[in-house]
Each structure stands twice: as C-alpha cells, then as structure tokens.
Design a protein around this ligand. Structure first.
Ligand code: FES
Length: 171
C-alpha cells in the first residue's frame, strides 16, 4: 500500500500537467521508489489515483525497462544490446557479465546485489559498448574491466531513484 505521503505527492504531480495522465511516468517512479518495484497491486493503486484502467498503467510499466514488476537487486546494470554497442562487442560483454554473476539477463544474483538487464539503446552510443551502472553511464567497456566496475558499483549506495531528483524524499 502506498503511503499517504506518496499518494499526495502523486496527486500534486498531476496538477503540474495540463493533462494529469502526463504525470504517470514520474508518478510510477515515486511509487517504485517507495515499494522498491511495481507489483500489480501498486500499479492498481496508481491507476486508481489517475482514474484510468490498470492495464494502461501496466502497458507503461512493461514498455520501459526502468520500471520493475519484480524486485531487483541493490545495483541495477543495464547493458546495451543495441546496434552501436553490439557492433563493438556488447553481446560478448553481456555474456561475460552474466557468466561472472551467474545470472541470465533479467535475473538478480543470489546475494541480491546485482540485477542485469539487457536494454535497448541507452543514448550513449559514443561510449559503446556501454552500460548503465545504477544509472551512471560507463563505457566504452573492455571485458577485463568488469571486475573493477562491479567492485566500484558495490561501493555505491545502489540503484538511485529519480524521485529524489524531483524533491520527494525516498521512503
Ligand atoms: S546502441 Fe548502445 S548506447 Fe546506443
């Protein structure tokens, strides 16, 4: 159940747009920051706050890989699998990373530290092959740098939420 604070923040967000449904994506970030991910119950709550069908919310949640329907690890690694990165070894990088962490794309390590997500273009083609490490662009990456990248990620506080960027405290 979303807290009253987050429900109010979502209603306040809606007032910032001519069409309240335009606030859906930031509202989902707020909800995800509080719950940690977006299970269907949370999606339904958000849909109710917008007065829209929950399938509409689900179509947004499942379209963007920044939203998670299942719990994710402390650190989220989005590895680009699109053309520029693929041409510069992105496939091998993803395979090596998954091998190191003993997961398949979309999975979380047994210790809950890392979730690996194979993503479409992450808008940093000049850094190919690249990945987002807790939303920070890292690249171009050589496979031999992966251990250091993972070690550096572990020193960080984890997957950040854009919620903090709009001034609503993280729960
Ligand atoms: S193709 Fe990888 S960032 Fe664009």
């Amino acid at each position: 159940m979303l807290s009253e604070e987050v429900q109010k923040a979502i209603l306040d967000l809606q007032k910032q747009y001519p069409e309240k449904r335009s606030a859906l994506i930031p509202a989902l970030h707020l909800a995800q920051a509080e719950v940690g991910y977006l299970p269907r119950e949370t999606q339904n709550e958000v849909a109710a706050l917008f007065g829209i069908d929950s399938n509409e919310v689900n179509s947004v949640v499942t379209f963007y890989d920044m939203f998670f329907e299942e719990p994710v690890g402390k650190h989220v690694l989005h590895v680009c699998k699109n053309v520029s990165c693929m041409l510069r070894g992105g496939d091998g990088l993803l395979a090596r990373l998954c091998q190191k962490l003993q997961v398949a794309p979309g999975e979380t390590t047994a210790d809950g530290q890392f979730t690996v997500i194979a993503s479409e273009c992450l808008a940093a083609c000049d850094k190919a092959p690249m990945m987002l490490v807790d939303e920070k662009v890292v690249g171009p990456i050589k496979e031999e740098q992966l251990d250091q990248i993972l070690a550096d990620a572990k020193k960080g506080s984890g997957h950040p939420s854009p919620v903090e960027k709009v001034g609503v405290p993280h729960a």
